[in-house]
Design a binder for this molecule. Structure first.
Ligand SMILES: Cc1ncc(COP(=O)(O)O)c(C=O)c1O
Length: 498
């Protein structure tokens, strides 16, 4: 609110105010109410005048040089509702519902001492607890690989910590450029583009496909990751969901679309929760038959499969056949970040159109340097992958021999089926509190309700002794909580996790 004052008593009178107000109204200005006050003149107390803007008010001063404006303090209107209660109750309600369903998430505060992985320190209110990590996605222990940590130290000494901008505005470092070259070579593609996470890489890639490919239809596997689902949804393009890993169902869906129409088959190589592996070659054949692009998320496979760690497509000799690959640098490569790799036009289009790539500060060059070293290292160390697969198969065999319902996964992931959120949490807590074994319970929304699991992720660094300790502890927990053993499921029920 503004106050309009006259310095000279008597200069301003009601007549003048009337004239001035009329003038401002006549020049066709929208209404804003202002308070006009004269403090000295006894005839002139307070008047409300209608003006639009500061410029309009300035016209008053032009008419009368003795006038000036003064800010008036206005009392904020009192809200009849208790604002903080109103909002906080809504959040509390949702949290309570999550708690009631037994799926409230509590984060462990871990100190992953360098050189000790898969051992770590769990910081609890009652003190430090040394635990064995059995649920880390640092699948190959690369986060503590001495070559990788040294490369990180070298880079920080050389360049400092931050990227200093988006990729376009000063945020592209020599490490980003070299990492992208290395990743393109890994996937046998023209180009790669690094992002801040695998999640962003999926969102950005799908964003571009939705923008560039007119009226595109996405054909999406039913068990696709949230980042793929959200990425497709955000494009507002049609999405057809086919049954998980079911190429016959996919073909049925493809048949219904015009051959001329833009289509992208979107799927993962290794599904992280049940450990299944996609029938990649069948999908590729269908893509060729029905004129579709293929986008494969190799997030849970890069670093771990294939001669050089490019993923399942490399293992199967299908790298050239796949159109677009997305991956993460935060799991087997042990750092953080994600990327897309494809032919030059596709990557260039993502670089040029994906909003969440363009408008975000780029990955720290230090992380890029670490990733670069990790990718290079794993290209030439297949023995790490061999040991990883060996540990995974040993655990599966040992669990099966005890009758524990471990899902029959074709990958390194070992899911132990519980099927109840409360029991799953209890089993996890028991393993931690009584056996110093940390396996996070996996519940909704990460898996559908009723399919809760303890997801074991083995690494090459787990010893035979650790494996025996794990299997024995799981067996004890199953017995003490009276959890269902494999033999207690009907054949039909067992089909859920096979
Ligand atoms: C299949 C899949 N894609 C993408 C992502 C996201 O990768 P990031 O953790 O690098 O964001 C995940 C994360 O777990 C995933 O499971």
């Amino acid at each position: 609110m503004m106050q309009l004052l006259s310095n000279k008593c008597g200069v301003l009178n009601q007549y003048w105010i009337h004239i001035l107000t009329k003038f401002i109204m006549r020049v066709g200005i929208n209404l804003h109410q202002k308070t006009l006050q004269h403090t000295k003149c006894p005839f002139l107390k307070t008047f409300n005048i209608n003006v639009t803007s500061e410029q309009a008010l300035a016209k008053y001063t032009k008419f009368c040089p003795y006038l000036h404006f003064k800010e008036m303090k206005s009392e904020p209107k009192k809200c009849p509702i208790d604002h903080s209660q109103f909002y906080s109750n809504q959040f509390k309600g949702v949290i309570q519902q999550i708690k009631d369903e037994g799926r409230y998430r509590e984060f462990k505060s871990l100190l992953r001492t360098n050189g000790e992985f898969p051992r770590a320190i769990n910081k609890t209110p009652s003190g430090d607890q040394t635990i064995t990590l059995w649920c880390s996605n640092d699948y190959l222990g690369m986060s503590q690989n001495p070559m990788v940590t040294q490369a990180t130290k070298n880079a920080i000494d050389l360049t400092g910590i931050g990227a200093g901008g988006t990729r376009n505005i000063g945020g592209t470092s020599i490490y980003h450029v070299e990492l992208e070259r290395e990743l393109a070579d890994l996937h046998r593609k023209d180009s790669a583009l690094v992002m801040n996470s695998g999640y962003v890489a999926n969102m950005a890639t799908l964003d571009t496909l939705g923008k560039v490919l007119k009226d595109v239809t996405f054909l999406s596997d039913a068990k696709n990751h949230a980042s793929l689902i959200e990425g497709m949804r955000a494009t507002k393009r049609d999405r057809v969901i086919f049954k998980h890993n079911d190429y016959k169902d996919l073909e049925e869906k493809l048949k219904q679309l015009d051959i001329q129409q833009n289509k992208v088959i979107v799927f993962e190589s290794v599904y992280s929760m049940n450990g299944t592996v996609a029938p990649i070659s069948q999908f590729i054949n269908l893509a060729k038959k029905y004129n579709a692009l293929t986008l494969i998320d190799e997030v849970h496979a890069v670093g771990m499969y294939g001669d050089r760690g490019a993923g399942v497509t490399e293992k199967l000799g299908l790298q050239k056949e796949i159109d677009i690959v997305t991956g993460t640098l935060g799991k087997a490569f042990g750092c953080s970040g994600g990327y897309v790799s494809a032919n030059a036009e596709i990557v260039d289009a993502v670089r040029s159109t994906a909003s969440n790539f363009i408008f975000s500060t780029s990955m720290s060059p230090i992380i890029a340097a670490a990733c670069l070293e990790s990718v290079k290292y794993l290209k030439t160390h297949p023995e790490i992958r061999d040991r990883h697969q060996y540990v995974a198969s040993l655990i599966k065999a040992k669990l099966k021999s005890k009758g524990i319902p471990a899902l029959n996964s074709a990958s390194h992931i070992v899911p132990v089926f519980i099927g109840d959120p409360v029991l799953c949490k209890e089993a996890s807590e028991k393993l931690l509190n009584e056996y110093n074994i940390y396996i996070q319970p996996i519940n909704y929304p990460t898996v559908p309700r009723g399919q809760e699991i303890l997801r074991i992720s083995p690494t090459p660094l787990h010893t035979e002794e650790m494996i025996d300790e794990l299997v024995d502890s799981i067996e004890c927990v199953f017995k003490s909580l009276n959890l269902r053993m494999e033999s207690q499921y009907t054949a039909e029920q067992r089909a859920i996790f096979q």
